[in-house]
Design a protein around this ligand. Structure first.
Ligand code: GLY
Ligand code: MN
Ligand code: MN
Length: 451
C-alpha cells in the first residue's frame, strides 16, 4: 500500500537485543510460530502469525521456531524455518527459506525446521535457564521435555542439562504493552482506515439492507488499504445489538432500529477496534437519543480518565458512575448512584453472589489493552493493584447499554443496544483518541446520514 507505515528491520533487531539482555547470559529462549489451522478437510483458515513470534521476528510463515541465546559465538538469534521447496511453494506460496531469513530477517543462523530436535539438544546444552511459553501448547511442551531428557541421558558424558524453566510470556508481554513511536504509527494507520470504514457504513446504511451488506462495505474499506478484520465484525440491528458477540450478521435492517457495528482492521498485525451505534434510517428516536447520550457522556468521562498516573480501572469507574447517573435520570434505575454501582457483599451462606444493579444494563468492562492482539497482552494488575497508566499504552474505551425486555423496564426502552468504542493512546499530557476520524455526536451522525 502506498505510504503505509511499517516496522523497520532495525526495530525488530532492537526488540531482540532487549530480550537477549533481559534473559541473562546463562539462559536461552524459545518461541514457536503459529500453525496453519485446518477449517475442514483440505480447507485451511487464513494463516495468522502468533503475535509474540511476530513481535520478535517480523517473520510471517508457519512451521518456524526462533531461539535466542545470549552471548553465543555462532550467533544469538537462530531461526528454524521451512526450506525452499518449489513444488510446495506452487501450492501454498513463496517461502523465505534458510538463506532468505538470514538475508532479509536479521537471523544469525538458520536451519530447516526438520532439524529442530537434533539442533535444539545442542543449543540447550550448557544453558541453565530455559524461557519458553510453558503450557501454551501441549505438543511444544512435550518437545521441550524430550530435548531435556536427551540431555539428561548425556549427563555422564559431562553434558549439563538446563535446570530452571521460566515463562517467556511475562517478559515479551511487558515489552509489547508499551508501544514504540513506530507501533503507534501502525495503530494510527489501522485506526484511520477503520474510522473511514465506519463512516462509509453510516453513509451506506438504509432500511431493507441486510447486516452482511453493511459488513461487506466495511470490510471492503479494510481490504482496500491492504488490511483485514482484526476480529469477526459484529453488525447487529435492533435486538441483535443486545447480543454482545453477535456475528451472524444475517438479519434485514429495519427503519426505527439502531444498528451497532463493532469492527476493526488489522495493519501488519496491529489492530484497531471501533464500535459505533446509529439509527438505520438516519434519525434517532427520542428514547434512542436519550440512551445514546448517556453512553456518549459515559464514554467521554472514561476517556477523560485516561491519563498517566490514573490506574487501569479509573476509566471503568468513571463510565459506570456516569452510566448509572444517566440511568437514574431516565428512570431505568431507581435509588442512589453510590448504592447502584456497589457490588453487594458476598453472602456468608455460600450462595451465589449478587451483582450491582447497573449490571442488568452494562455487563462488560470498559476496555482492554490493544496492540498486536485485539485483546492485547500485558498485566492489568501488579502485585494485586490495578496498574498505573503510562505513556505508550493503548487501550479501548467502550461503554455500552443493552436493554433487554424485562418486567422492571418500561417497554419503550426494550431492545435498544448501544456501545461506543474508541482506541486511546496514553500520552505524557493525557491521551490521544486514535479513532477520532469517525463521528459520534448525535448531530454529526444525523448530518452525515442525511447527506
Ligand atoms: N471487538 C471486541 C471488543 O470490543 O472487545
Ligand atoms: Mn474492544
Ligand atoms: Mn470492539
Amino acid at each position: 500500500m502506498k505510504n503505509a507505515p511499517t516496522i523497520p528491520a532495525s526495530e525488530f533487531a532492537e526488540r531482540r537485543q532487549r530480550l537477549l539482555k533481559a534473559l541473562g547470559i546463562n539462559a536461552i529462549a524459545i518461541i514457536q510460530s503459529a500453525h496453519v489451522v485446518i477449517r475442514n478437510r483440505d480447507a485451511d483458515f487464513p494463516f495468522r502469525q502468533d503475535s509474540d513470534f511476530l513481535y520478535l521476528t517480523g517473520f510471517n510463515e508457519p512451521n518456524a521456531v526462533a531461539v535466542f541465546i545470549p552471548g553465543r559465538a555462532e550467533g544469538e538469534y537462530v531461526l528454524f524455518c521451512q526450506a525452499k521447496d518449489p513444488a510446495m511453494e506452487r501450492w501454498t506460496g513463496k517461502r523465505a527459506g534458510v538463506e532468505g531469513v538470514i538475508k532479509d530477517y536479521g537471523v544469525d543462523q538458520a536451519f530447516k525446521i526438520e532439524e529442530l530436535d537434533q539442533q535444539m539438544v545442542k543449543l540447550l546444552s550448557g544453558r541453565s535457564e530455559v524461557y519458553y511459553r510453558i503450557g501454551f501448547e501441549t505438543e511444544f511442551d512435550l518437545k521441550v521435555l524430550s530435548w531435556l531428557n536427551v540431555l539428561r541421558r548425556q549427563a555422564r558424558n559431562g553434558v549439563a542439562a538446563p535446570h530452571t524453566f521460566k515463562v517467556l510470556d511475562a517478559l515479551v508481554h511487558e515489552m509489547r504493552l508499551f508501544k514504540s513511536p513506530a507501533e503507534v504509527e501502525m495503530m494510527r494507520y489501522a485506526a484511520q482506515t477503520a474510522a473511514r470504514a465506519h463512516t462509509k457504513a453510516m453513509q451506506t446504511c438504509r432500511p431493507g439492507l441486510c447486516e452482511f451488506e453493511v459488513q461487506a462495505e466495511i470490510e471492503r474499506e479494510f481490504r482496500q488499504d491492504g488490511m483485514e478484520p482484526s476480529y469477526t465484525s459484529i453488525v447487529g440491528g435492533g435486538e441483535n445489538a443486545c447480543i454482545l458477540h453477535y456475528v451472524e450478521n444475517r438479519s434485514a435492517l429495519k427503519a426505527g432500529d439502531l444498528l451497532l457495528i463493532d469492527a476493526g482492521s488489522e495493519h501488519q498485525g496491529y489492530a484497531s477496534d471501533i464500535t459505533r451505534s446509529f439509527p438505520v434510517s438516519g434519525r434517532f428516536s427520542h428514547e434512542q437519543a436519550q440512551l445514546y447520550q448517556v453512553v456518549l457522556e459515559a464514554q467521554k468521562a472514561a476517556i477523560a480518565a485516561v491519563k498517566p498516573g490514573n490506574n487501569w480501572d479509573a476509566p471503568h469507574q468513571a463510565a459506570v458512575r456516569s452510566l448509572t447517573t444517566g440511568l437514574v435520570k431516565l428512570g431505568l434505575s431507581q435509588g442512589e448512584v453510590d448504592e447502584l454501582i456497589k457490588d453487594p457483599p458476598k453472602p456468608e451462606d455460600g450462595s451465589a453472589a449478587q451483582e450491582a444493579p447497573y449490571r442488568q444494563f452494562y455487563m462488560h468492562k470498559t476496555g482492554h489493552w490493544l496492540g498486536l492482539d485485539v485483546h492485547d497482552v500485558g498485566d492489568y494488575k501488579l502485585k494485586g493493584e490495578w496498574r498505573t497508566l503510562e505513556p505508550g499504552m493503548v487501550l479501548t474505551v467502550e461503554p455500552g447499554l443493552y436493554i433487554s425486555p424485562a418486567e422492571n423496564v418500561d417497554p419503550k426502552w426494550w431492545n435498544i443496544g448501544i456501545r461506543i468504542e474508541d482506541d486511546v493512546l496514553v500520552t505524557t499530557e493525557g491521551c490521544e483518541v486514535l479513532t477520532a476520524g469517525v463521528v459520534k455526536e448525535i448531530v454529526d451522525i444525523e448530518a452525515l446520514m442525511a447527506q
